[in-house]
Design a protein around this ligand. Structure first.
Ligand SMILES: CSCCC(=O)C(=O)COP(=O)(O)O
Ligand SMILES: [Mg+2]
Length: 256
């Protein structure tokens, strides 16, 4: 990484992978708008749509996590509510939220939030030919709806692939980042990861990715800081140069 100006981070990479909550978008919006939206609807989803394969599979995963094989819909709803209160990034919770949110976005009841600097940078990098990916604890279905239904319009065409805790694994585990790098076909040192959470940045670095902590005032990890990762308060301060001659096989093909 080169420093052009004390506040500008200049990086030479082929791909950027972005976290959502706290990084491209405000945690407050997720917690204040999306979480109550799902909480109100879990009961009906678990009872009226219990036979849908995704709902059945998520309910089964909740029972496994609780180690309560006979947990009924009411008990599962209670557990989901507790995980929401604790903001636990548990896969079946995220799957069920993803079902409800994507339907809410499609009906026009929800519109996603992006920080303006993130939208500008994603558009700029995409125009430069930088391949963009998302890695979030929110399910792939939720991510797709989130990017499609933003206040700035449909941002989904900017991204080449979406990763979550189901198709990649937990975000604080280096193995998940190795899996993503393999899936997108990029060398780890040609991938930039942007996140608000130091544990995720640590895991990405262990997988030999480049990391930048996005440290926005008012976000939950602001006070904790980004450890020893380079940090920025805004995507506006990140320049992607791609000056190194592209090597054979260095391209990042499209993924899921
Ligand atoms: C569209 S994803 C909604 C946000 C969410 O539920 C979540 O868990 C995001 O976590 P992140 O990994 O993006 O910090
Ligand atoms: Mg985050």
């Amino acid at each position: 990484m080169t420093t052009l100006h004390p506040d500008i981070l200049s990086l030479d990479v082929d791909c950027a992978v972005v976290d959502i909550e706290g990084t491209t978008s405000a945690t407050g919006y997720v917690v204040d708008v999306l979480y109550p939206y799902s909480r109100k609807r879990f009961g009906a989803l678990l009872t009226e749509r219990a036979d849908e394969p995704e709902v059945r599979r998520a309910a089964e995963q909740v029972r496994e996590l609780l180690e309560e094989p006979d947990a009924d819909a009411a008990r599962i709803e209670q557990a989901l509510g507790e995980w929401l209160d604790e903001d636990r990034k548990v896969t079946p919770l995220k799957t069920l939220q993803g079902i409800l949110w994507s339907e809410g976005f499609a009906r026009g009841e929800l519109v996603s939030h992006f920080y303006a600097d993130a939208v500008h940078a994603l558009r700029r990098w995409h125009a430069q030919g930088v391949r963009l990916y998302v890695y979030s604890s929110g399910s792939v279905a939720a991510q797709r709806a989130w990017f499609r239904h933003s206040a700035e319009g449909d941002l989904l065409p900017l991204v080449s692939g979406l990763y979550d805790t189901e198709n990649a694994g937990p975000k604080d585990t280096p193995r998940s980042y190795r899996k993503i790098a393999k899936s997108i076909g990029a060398k780890p040192d040609r991938i930039l990861f942007l996140s608000d959470r130091p544990a995720e940045l640590d895991a990405a670095r262990k997988a030999r990715w480049l990391t930048v902590g996005v440290r926005r005032r008012g976000e939950p990890y602001y006070e904790e800081g980004m450890g020893d990762h380079p940090e920025t308060p805004s995507f506006a301060a990140i320049r992607i140069t791609r000056t190194i001659q592209r090597r054979k096989n260095a391209a990042c093909p499209k993924s899921s």
